[in-house]
Design a protein around this ligand. Structure first.
Ligand SMILES: O=P(O)(O)O[C@H]1O[C@H](CO)[C@@H](O)[C@H]1O
Ligand SMILES: O=c1cc[nH]c(=O)[nH]1
Length: 250
């Protein structure tokens, strides 16, 4: 088999791995890999830093997606070509419900499709829904680790600023289409904002792949815009959950 276009890897490099842990941040991918056995770096290209490691005596992949749907769709497509069938995203997020605290962990059952990339895989009437068993594994992992978690719907936006209705910006202006959107998502019981799950869920459901998403809360938008929480602690808990979930699924 030829090497895939962006990751520059062939099937042999994955050593039969069928499960990938997919954070946005390349440095997080490295830190996750080094929590597992036998970590090796397979590729570092653009935003895609790819590691292979061993979990439950099986090879797993850890691959950063970068920020947003377009780069996520490339990572997922190319890893699927290489044999991966299960994608567990571990991210950071901004909560929009008052009862959610910084440091809590959120498990997304489905996502509001505020992205563009997912529409390249299925029309907007198609749900951005996670895989039931993978999401159950995330929840079981939270329970096993005694980590405070919330389960529900995520708004997944192409942009960090206007799409998440942020006014602490250069212009202070939010396009009319997004004015009042955060209050609407709050009313509709959406838990949080992040930027990849809509693409991940839609494309995986449409392609017959499995996906789930867990995220650590960096900020609660009902109280503040800029995080003050310890990023390392937030990452520690969400990464523990995704590794435990992977163990349960392997
Ligand atoms: O921490 P990661 O996984 O990158 O996730 C979140 O953080 C980024 C924005 O700061 C977006 O990618 C968003 O989804
Ligand atoms: O508020 C936030 C925090 C992290 N990531 C996001 O996309 N939004």
């Amino acid at each position: 088999m030829d090497k895939v276009f962006h990751l520059g890897l062939d099937k042999q490099a994955l050593n039969g791995a069928t499960l990938a842990i997919v954070p946005g941040d390349p440095e997080r991918a490295k830190r996750i890999a080094h929590k597992l056995s036998d970590p090796i770096c397979l590729a570092q290209t653009r935003e895609f830093h790819v590691y292979r490691a061993t979990l439950n005596s099986q090879s797993v992949v850890i691959c950063s997606t970068g920020i947003g749907g377009p780069s996520t769709s490339i990572a997922v497509e190319e890893l699927a070509q290489l044999g991966v069938r299960t994608f567990l995203r571990v991210g950071t997020t901004g909560a929009i419900q008052p009862h959610i605290n910084e440091g809590d962990v959120l498990v997304s059952t489905a996502s509001v499709r505020l992205d563009g990339a997912s529409q390249h895989f299925a029309p907007l009437s198609y749900p951005a829904v996670s895989d039931f068993h993978c999401t159950q594994a995330m929840v079981n992992a939270c329970e096993a680790l005694n980590i405070t978690h919330h389960i529900g719907i995520t708004a997944s936006s192409d942009t960090f600023y206007p799409g998440q209705e942020r006014y602490d910006t250069y212009s202070g202006y939010v396009n009319k289409a997004f004015q009042g959107s955060c209050a609407e998502w709050q009313k509709l019981n959406v838990m949080n904002y992040e930027m990849e799950s809509a693409t991940l869920f839609t494309m995986c459901a449409a392609l017959g792949l499995k996906a789930a998403c867990v995220a650590g809360v960096l900020v609660n938008r009902t109280r503040q815009e800029i995080p003050t929480v310890d990023h390392a602690k937030v990452e520690h808990d969400s990464v523990a959950v995704v590794i435990k979930a992977a163990e349960l699924l392997l």
